[in-house]
Each structure stands twice: as structure tokens, then as C-alpha cells.
Design a protein around this ligand. Structure first.
Ligand SMILES: Cc1ncc(COP(=O)(O)O)c(C=O)c1O
Length: 377
């Protein structure tokens, strides 16, 4: 018999749906860049394995990589050093380390609705209670501080935030970050800020919670920025009072992150952000294309995403998101039903524009034909 906690979460039905996709289906369901890591990074990985970097390393990560990460954040908070940094196996492991370290059974965790699927799942696995807070299109997918005040109780321990957001593409302006910090101060909450799309923004910059409060833990990843989702490497940035405990948990899960991959990531950081900037330029152009095409579709409403590579249109058709996504799949385009990300994702689809422009045109064309058929009755 497995432990009871296993039944507290479900395997997403979405993957099964993808497996049933007909050949030549256009994939707008992707949660990863359709780019490859920069050549300098690929070469550094090959060199590291040839030169014998094939063994366990320090649990919190290779010192030069921790120093390089800390250096980037020292611009926001000058006291940042390697002691604040733990290299993890992706943002996913970082989120689990945070959950294992911070949640006791019965604790309440404020999670975005809609939001990334791991936040409520990790809480449930640990006997904590995810309390969803709303991100609505009518508020440009920004949190409602009055609602947060109503949701907080004496059991609330953690506020999870994700800007730029998966699935909405919303980015918190600095004023919202400051309001959330003040809210966390008032209620003595730890902020867990998932910033994995931090560098994928289209209008200005994303505001990190690092350096704006000493109660924030940052989850970040190289998956999206260096187009290496399959490499499984990310990091945690934590105040010094928490970092040793996080590292203890991390050690008991992973021992250490993959050694040669860290060497390759370090080469990527040293090479600068040119590749990321080129990728973001292309995503920006695709965002314009996608928003323009979606706005022409009857029955769809779309908020222009400010970051990440997702758009989260709502539809007015009286049918469930899974039903719409399944019908679209049978016509040749993969989308993600919005309610996979929480109840407020009902009547939404998540489309990824990490797909080529011809595929975006083709996929959105299929959605348009579908919408026109519904309108015609
Ligand atoms: C918001 C968010 N956080 C964290 C992750 C996890 O990323 P990884 O484990 O690949 O670093 C993802 C991946 O899709 C994500 O969208």
C-alpha cells in the first residue's frame, strides 16, 4: 500500500491527451523554449565530461557557479554572497526543497489561481493547505490585495508568487511587489517568489523580490533562460537564516546537482546574455503576432502577456476547457485547458508561443475556424 499522501494529488490528464494527438499536430502546449542552449554552453558540457568532472560535487553547488549567481543578485542586494545560493535540479526541486523546509501539516499556503501546478500539489503532499488567491483577466492578472487580506488566517505561513506568470503571462509592476512585501510584513509570512521567467519580459524589467525584503526566498532556473529544460538545473536564493536548512533538505533529496552541467551553465553565464536577448526578441515578435491573430477570433478575449511565453485567452463558449482543448486537438492543434492551473482557469486556454511563426499561424487558424463554426451554430 502506498502512503495516503499519494492520493492527495493527481497525474495531469493533459499528458494523456497529448499522447493521443494525431500526426502533424501543431503544438501550442509547450512549456519550454523551442531553442537550443548556446553553443558555448554545449561545448563546455562536452569539455567538462572529458576533463573528468563526472563525480559528486558540493551539495549546494560548485563554488564558482554560486559566486556567479550571487554576483548577479548583488546588484539588487549588495550583501548577497554564495552563502545565499543553493544550486538545485531545476526550479522544480527548488520548490520542493522550500515546501519541505517551510510547511508543517495544517499550515496554509497562499497560491496563485491560476498558477503553476506544483504549488498546491507540494502543499498537499506535506499535509499543508493550499489557499488559492485570484488572478483575473479584469485586473490584468495582478493579485487583489483586499482578497489576500481576507484569505489570511493565523495558520498562513507562506505566500507564493510567480511573476512573470505561467500561465497568464502577467508581470507584477514594482508597486505590486511593494504592496505584497508590506502584506507579508503585516502577517509575518515568508514569500516564495518563483522567478523562472525573470529574463523573459517584453516591456521593461521584471521586479525581483530579492533585495526588497529579507523575507523572500527566490526560486529560479536555467531551464527557460538557457533553453535547457532537459538539463534540470536551477537555484534557490535564500536569506542566510534559512539557507543552511534548505541545503540540508536539498542534500537529502539530491546529494548535489549534476557536476558537468554546472560547469556548462557557468560558461553560459560568463558568455553574457546575448543568446537570451535574441530569444526574447523573437518571443516579443511572436507575442505581437499571436495577440493580433487571437483578437480576430469571435468569442475569445485576450490580455497581452507582459512576460513568459504564454497567452491565456478566455472564451465565452458554454463548454469546459478540457472539452474545447480536446476538440481542438482532434482538429490538429495542442492547447492546454486553463483549469489545469486552477479553478479560475475554467473558460481559458493556455497557448505557448514557443512555437515557430508558421506553426502559430496554422494553430491559431484552426482555433479561428473552430470559433467561427460555433458562432454559425
Ligand atoms: C512557473 C514555473 N516554475 C517552475 C518551473 C519548473 O522549471 P524547471 O524545473 O524546469 O526549472 C516551471 C516549468 O514549467 C514553471 O513554469
Amino acid at each position: 500500500m502506498v502512503a495516503r499522501r499519494v492520493s492527495s494529488i493527481e497525474i495531469s490528464g493533459i499528458r494523456k491527451m497529448f499522447d493521443a494527438a494525431p500526426p502533424n499536430t501543431v503544438n501550442l502546449g509547450l512549456g519550454e523554449p523551442d531553442f537550443e542552449p548556446p553553443p558555448v554552453v554545449l561545448e563546455a558540457l562536452a569539455r567538462a565530461t572529458r576533463e573528468g568532472m563526472n563525480h559528486y560535487g558540493p551539495s549546494a553547488g560548485l563554488l564558482p557557479l554560486r559566486d556567479a549567481i550571487a554576483g548577479r543578485y548583488a546588484v539588487k542586494e549588495p550583501t548577497t554572497t554564495r552563502e545565499n545560493v543553493i544550486v538545485t535540479c531545476g526550479g522544480s526541486e527548488a520548490l520542493m526543497v522550500v515546501a519541505l523546509s517551510l510547511y508543517d501539516p495544517g499550515d496554509e499556503v497562499l497560491v496563485p489561481n491560476p498558477g503553476f501546478v506544483l504549488y498546491p500539489a507540494h502543499a498537499r503532499l506535506l499535509g499543508a493547505v493550499p489557499i488559492p488567491y485570484s488572478l483575473r483577466a479584469s485586473r490584468k492578472y495582478l493579485p487583489d490585495l483586499d482578497e489576500l487580506e481576507r484569505l489570511v488566517t493565523d495558520r498562513t505561513r507562506v505566500l507564493i508568487v510567480n511573476s512573470p506568470s505561467n500561465p497568464t503571462g502577467g508581470v507584477f509592476p514594482r508597486s505590486v511587489v511593494d504592496q505584497l512585501v508590506a502584506f507579508a510584513d503585516r502577517h509575518d509570512l515568508t514569500i516564495v517568489s518563483d522567478e523562472v521567467y525573470e529574463q523573459i519580459v517584453y516591456d521593461g524589467e521584471a521586479t525581483s523580490f530579492w533585495g526588497r525584503t529579507d523575507r523572500a526566498v527566490i526560486v529560479n532556473s536555467f531551464s527557460k533562460t538557457l533553453a535547457m529544460t532537459g538539463w534540470r538545473v536551477g537555484f534557490l536564493l535564500a536569506p542566510r537564516r534559512l539557507a543552511p536548512d534548505f541545503n540540508k533538505i536539498h542534500y537529502h533529496i539530491m546529494a548535489c546537482p549534476a557536476t558537468p552541467i554546472q560547469a556548462a551553465v557557468l560558461a553560459g553565464l560568463k558568455a553574457g546574455d546575448g543568446t537570451i536577448e535574441a530569444m526574447v526578441r523573437e518571443f516579443r515578435a511572436r507575442r505581437e503576432l499571436v495577440v493580433r491573430l487571437l483578437k480576430q477570433i469571435p468569442g475569445l478575449d485576450v490580455v497581452r502577456p507582459a512576460g513568459a511565453f504564454y497567452v491565456f485567452p478566455s472564451f465565452e463558449w458554454p463548454r469546459p476547457a478540457l472539452g474545447v482543448a480536446t476538440e481542438l486537438l482532434s482538429r490538429g492543434v495542442i492547447t492546454t485547458p486553463g483549469d489545469a492551473f486552477g479553478s479560475l482557469g475554467a473558460s481559458h486556454l493556455r497557448l505557448s508561443f514557443a512555437a515557430s511563426r508558421p506553426n502559430l499561424r496554422k494553430g491559431i487558424g484552426i482555433i479561428r475556424t473552430y470559433a467561427e463554426e460555433i458562432r454559425a451554430g
